[in-house]
Design a protein around this ligand. Structure first.
Ligand SMILES: [Ca+2]
Ligand SMILES: [Ca+2]
Length: 398
């Protein structure tokens, strides 16, 4: 359900110290009052939210998003990392190519899930589970790659978005940080995500909850706090790539047609736990019927028809595509063959912010919000944004 990041627009808007940040993740305009960020122009921030939204009709006025905002700083993709060319398809499954109807399955769909349209994808290999901490550790050990969340915000990049003469913020405000979820003990108004999201210094994939936390014993949990750039770097090293949005949804459906979830239409909460989501009342009460408050080990719940685990829930998963809210409208009245997404990004809630697609929902997703664990649910996030509930899995061509 939630996600956070920093935005260029935000930087501008935040010039008055307290700021209004337009987040949308759930159609909330929220007021961010960060006392700790009073000095100078805030450069950072964030917010997130993954799922909270009520069902929306096609004509809904507002978009949705768990991940607003813009880049905190630009990151170039370094193509220099490559694993041994003898990569295998270990822990991958062959997804047989075919046709499917992509997009909205029921009344919970957001307007960007319409129109439903026909898509054909070629066969490809896909990781059966989200990339784990153990896998990501191997990548880091082999390459010494430094993730986005472990880097300071680059002032030279940020200042390009600010008025000339803007003074440089204190180093502490540019320090490496990422977004972590902090639950409340009591019921909270749901229109202020700052009440349960924190921009925490030192939070990164090694310390998911910030300084003092670690991933010991969580080697088989999905890696989190990875940006889109980090995910692409990992894929380059592994001889793989991120899935297109179409490939991701096709795979999630597991061979079924027009079903809401990766397992079919059976209610999420009926029977045995089917996915790691937020159960109870968000954000103050989680009954953990599925066994996990935050991330769960991969492969903890039943796989879908293609043998893929956690396509629904656990952590959001990066896709290769740019996000464009009207992209599906360009694909009607024909069969889209291996669509690779729009050329440019567009989100009317933040029209100046380029975003990539994330899919599948997370352990923070709840039915009262976005129900992001649906097959067709589309989320959008700035590529340099990482958070405690966003990870990825990779695919590979035949
Ligand atoms: Ca859970
Ligand atoms: Ca997932």
């Amino acid at each position: 359900m939630v996600n956070v990041q920093l935005t260029k627009r935000l930087l501008k808007e935040l010039l008055n110290i307290l700021s209004y940040h337009f987040l949308h993740d759930c159609q909330y305009r929220m007021r961010i009052n960060f006392d700790s960020m009073k000095l100078y122009y805030l450069l950072i921030l964030i917010v997130v939210i993954s799922c909270q939204q009520n069902p929306k009709a096609i004509e809904q006025a507002d978009g949705h998003s768990c991940t607003p905002i813009n880049s905190r700083f630009s990151t170039e993709i370094d193509q220099g990392f490559h694993q041994d060319p003898n990569q295998s398809t270990l822990n991958m499954v062959l997804i047989p190519g075919g046709n499917f109807n992509m997009g909205a399955d029921d009344e919970r769909a957001w307007r960007d899930e319409y129109p439903k349209h026909n898509v054909q994808v070629d066969s490809f290999w896909m990781d059966i589970h989200e990339v784990t901490n153990a896998q990501f550790s191997s990548f880091i050990e082999a390459t010494n790659y430094v993730t986005t969340a472990e880097k300071s915000v680059e002032w030279d990049e940020i200042k390009k978005e600010l008025p000339p003469g803007t003074p440089r913020p204190m180093d502490s405000q540019l320090a490496p940080a990422s977004l972590v979820f902090v639950a409340s003990e009591n019921k909270l108004p749901l229109d202020n995500v700052s009440l349960w999201w924190r921009w925490k210094q030192g939070a990164n994939w090694r310390q998911p909850e910030g300084p003092g936390s670690n991933i010991i014993g969580k080697e088989n949990h999905p890696v989190v706090h990875v940006s889109w750039f980090d995910a692409v770097e990992y894929c380059n090293w592994a001889g793989k790539r991120l899935p297109t949005e179409a490939e991701w949804e096709y795979a999630s459906r597991g061979g079924l047609q027009n079903k809401a979830y990766s397992w079919g239409d059976e209610n999420l909460l009926d029977g045995m736990p089917r996915a790691n989501t937020w159960e109870g009342n968000f954000p103050y009460q989680n009954n953990q019927r599925d066994g996990y408050y935050l991330s769960a080990p991969v492969r903890n719940y039943a796989s879908n028809g293609y043998g893929l685990y956690d396509m629904s829930g656990n952590v959001w998963e990066w896709c290769a595509d740019w996000y464009h809210e009207n992209y599906y409208k360009t694909l009607i009245n024909k069969t889209a063959i291996n669509p690779k997404g729009p050329e440019t990004s567009y989100d009317s809630n933040e029209p100046y912010t380029n975003k990539r697609v994330t899919r599948g929902g997370s352990f923070l997703c709840h039915k009262s919000y976005c129900s992001g664990y649906r097959n067709s649910m589309r989320m959008k996030t700035t590529p340099d944004t990482g958070s405690i509930h966003t990870g990825f899995r990779a695919v590979k061509d035949l």
